[in-house]
Design a binder for this molecule. Structure first.
Ligand code: IYR
Length: 221
């Protein structure tokens, strides 16, 4: 390998027992994460959001290009604008753009086109994918953009859960209104809209089950 700058990697060096314990502890912890649609308006300090975004931005990415931009919004006027635009799109979705079957499948989640959480949650994070780079005004090809940004978003929702907060990976569609409201450059496309905060007191979540391991894995030993 030429022109490489390598540094020592510091492994965690767990014992077999520790590896087992931590894998189990983490599973129990991750299994407590749920998407929440009703938020408290309790504020979350900016430093918490900064830490969460720093954690997300440690995700692996194609050629380490880190092709993501996270917009963190607490400004009430911008949140209202986003809510208004999202509800306009979602109205069309629930009244014709989604198939009847799709709307029926969503019934168990109790969703509709009205999205108060976009104003109530103290923070909205909009994840943008950079379809290409624009450093020093020069276009740079990006690789595996969806995979990279999907990984970063997974780590983002895990970081939110670690902080004891809740989130919704929200998908108003199409998302292009976010580029306009947030005035993002042409190389960035909106990927997901994620309200973050504390859950509303005594909030209930749909009684859904995770698929069993043997339904989601195939083993070749
Ligand atoms: N984007 C709409 C509809 C929706 C679609 C799916 I698939 C969901 O899992 C949940 C909602 C909305 O946000 O209401």
């Amino acid at each position: 390998m030429n022109n490489s700058d390598f540094i020592p990697f510091k492994p965690l060096n767990y014992s077999e027992n520790e590896t087992h314990t931590w894998s189990a502890v983490n599973y129990e912890f991750m299994n407590k994460r749920r998407s929440v649609r009703e938020f408290s308006d309790r504020p979350v300090h900016k430093s918490v959001i900064e830490n969460i975004l720093k954690a997300a931005a440690t995700a692996p990415s194609g050629a380490n290009q880190q092709p993501w931009t996270f917009c963190a919004i607490s400004n009430p006027k911008i949140k209202s604008e986003i809510r208004k635009a999202a509800e306009e799109e979602e109205f069309e979705n629930y009244h014709g753009r989604m198939s009847e079957r799709w709307v029926k499948e969503l019934e168990k989640f109790g969703t509709d086109h009205i999205k108060p959480f976009l104003e109530i949650a103290p923070w909205l994070i909009v994840v943008f994918k950079q379809t290409y780079g624009l450093e020093n005004g020069k276009k740079q090809q990006h690789y595996y953009v969806n995979e990279s940004v999907g990984l970063a978003t997974g780590m983002l929702i895990s970081a939110i859960h670690h902080a004891g907060l809740v989130a919704l990976t929200h998908t108003p569609s199409p998302l292009s209104f976010l580029s306009k409201i947030l005035k993002r450059p042409e190389n960035e496309k909106p990927f997901l809209l994620i309200p973050i905060g504390y859950p509303k007191k005594d909030v209930a979540v749909p009684n859904i089950k995770r698929k069993a391991l043997n339904n989601v894995s195939v083993w070749f030993e």
